[in-house]
Design a protein around this ligand. Structure first.
Ligand code: DGJ
Length: 536
């Protein structure tokens, strides 16, 4: 048994697994209130990165793969452009998708494809040319004064039907062309909704529905004690009516696109979200209609074919970051961070995301095509920048399957440094792990000052009652007995530094003396420790 298992582990790690026939479909699994993305039949963490918007073309790929290699990513998120896929109505060109598949396989990477369809950042930039001009022109939304808004109407039946047909064609093609399951998830549209302060569509078709009764599933989702069929949106939701109606309208449209695709090939599907400031959101300051935190239940009710709603996090301060992770890590929603800023300040948040049981993480704009989206992200994308993020993935890549399994079992605790607080405590029942930032390696840890920039991160994974995997960067981790009244003291029985070889922890040395007397210090080296604790 052992031999067969080790052979399988080696085969999977070497990528040979992908060559032996159809693999189980990637799927999102929920158990005991936790989620995992299963890839090749086992929990998987996407150590991801997203390329720039115009980097999904074959000519650009030579500038993509080296960046992925530098990052030690295992998954790359790349757009599929409707304007490229369907150059003429009903004629599909799969050459670009096929190139993505074959080159991703050559580079031993998994793909998350991003369907740039009806919506891209609230507008319709990626609909085919034949839908931008001529008789098949798509319909834009109308504002309250009857003016056209640069955002597609979710009530444009012809565009919906065209998007359904194109997305279904893409998924059908993947079903045929991807027995290896190189593609593990698909994003449906990109940051759908409407920018610019128009909260909903005021076209006659929209207006009629807005004045009609709120659908029963929305009332139920928001626990409104209103009898279905009795009250309209304004009566039920007051000042929120416009936004809630738009969320329902956009979600209902995307549900139909997603369902058409899923009927062809049931990969996990998600929608990404341009977020609303959870601490200060004056009306009109966010993209109405998207799955912002206030309308997640509406999206869940209206779009059951969407497996998860995923926050694009571009706030680098820790109160916002942690809040966004909390808001999208819900019993009814698996956390996935499909986009985050690529400046160095964001690198540490891979750990906080893991601590919120994320199924993946992907800084945005990670390629060498020369485009930078500063001030949203880094002013330069070069090896030095990628190295900040590569720390995370170099550490996690060899232990990814263990990390994913332990996280699915609720055993991974991970934190990222805050700006103003320089210690964090991780509650492990009888043990407490204290993470401190900005301490020297030698000497007591009374007054940590924080790192010059908040770059620290730490991870503690429980193996059994008194044994833990511990890893981190730019921090010190120390264990204490939780019950201070017991009079018991912690003793490091054994601290092994190891490497993961094909998913197995291989000790290379034992830490002792200075290396443990003051706690366990982590620098910029990717180090994993297996720590056994006792008391005296
Ligand atoms: C969020 C979008 O989803 C991305 O496609 C991109 O436009 C970034 N914003 C900005 O670079």
């Amino acid at each position: 048994m052992l031999t067969i298992r080790s052979l399988l582990v080696v085969a999977m790690a070497a990528g040979l697994w992908a060559q032996v026939g159809p693999q189980p479909l990637p799927r999102l699994v929920q158990k005991d209130g936790r989620y995992a993305l299963f890839v090749d039949g086992a929990p998987y963490v996407m150590l991801g990165a997203q390329v720039n918007n115009s980097s999904g073309w074959p000519a650009m790929l030579p500038k993509v793969w080296p960046a992925m290699e530098a990052l030690h990513a295992n998954t790359v998120e790349i757009p599929v452009y409707w304007e490229q896929l369907e150059p003429q109505p009903g004629e599909f060109d799969y050459t670009v998708v096929d190139t993505l598949l074959s080159q991703a396989r050559e580079h031993r990477l998994r793909l998350v494809l991003l369907w740039f369809g009806t919506w891209k950042n609230g507008s319709s930039r990626y609909v085919p040319l034949w839908m931008k001009t001529g008789p098949n022109r798509y319909t834009r939304m109308m504002d309250a004064k009857g003016r056209l808004v640069d955002s597609p109407s979710p009530f444009d039946h012809a565009t919906l039907e065209a998007d359904k047909r194109a997305f279904a064609a893409l998924m059908r093609h993947l079903k045929e062309a991807d027995q290896q399951r190189t593609v593990i998830m698909v994003q449906v549209e990109n940051e759908p909704g409407t920018w610019g302060g128009t909260m909903r569509d005021y076209s006659p078709a929209a207006q009629k529905l807005f004045e009609g009764p709120v659908p029963a599933e929305v009332l139920e989702a928001l626990h409104k004690g209103v009898v279905a069929g009795q009250a309209n949106w304004s009566a039920v939701f007051g000042a929120d009516a416009d936004e809630f109606f738009h969320a329902w309208s956009v979600a209902r449209y995307i549900q139909q696109v997603a369902a058409a695709g899923k009927a062809e090939y049931p990969l996990p599907l998600y929608v990404n979200v341009a977020l609303r400031d959870p601490f200060n959101a004056p009306p009109g300051s966010w993209e109405s209609g998207g799955a912002t935190d206030d309308v997640v239940p509406i999206w869940k009710a209206a779009a059951p074919a969407i497996d998860l709603l995923a926050p694009d996090i571009y706030s680098s301060d820790s109160p916002h970051y942690f809040k966004f992770l909390d808001l999208y890590h819900r019993p009814d929603n698996a956390l996935f961070v499909p986009e985050t800023g690529n400046s160095a300040a964001y690198a540490r948040y891979f750990f906080a995301a893991l601590g919120h049981q994320t199924i993946g993480f992907a800084p945005f704009g990670m390629d060498y095509t020369g485009y930078v989206n500063a001030p949203l992200g880094a002013p330069r994308v070069n090896e030095d920048l990628l190295a900040q993020f590569a720390l995370n993935y170099r550490l996690s890549e060899p232990m990814m399957r263990d990390l994913a399994r332990l996280n699915f079992e609720g055993k991974v605790h991970a934190v990222s440094e805050e700006e103003r607080t320089h210690t964090q405590a991780i509650d492990l029942g009888p043990w407490k792990a204290v993470v401190a930032y900005g301490l020297p390696m030698f000497g007591p840890g009374n007054n940590p000052s924080g790192n010059p920039e908040p770059t620290g991160r730490a991870l503690v994974a429980q193996l059994d009652d008194n044994r833990f995997l511990v890893a981190g960067f730019f921090c010190r981790v120390d264990f204490q007995v939780s019950d201070t009244a017991s009079g018991k003291q912690r003793e490091y029985l054994r601290v092994e530094e190891g490497t993961y070889q094909n998913g197995v922890f291989e000790p290379v040395r034992i830490w002792n003396g200075d290396q443990t007397d003051w706690g366990l210090n982590f620098t910029s080296s990717p180090v994993v420790l297996r720590v056994s604790l006792g008391t005296y």
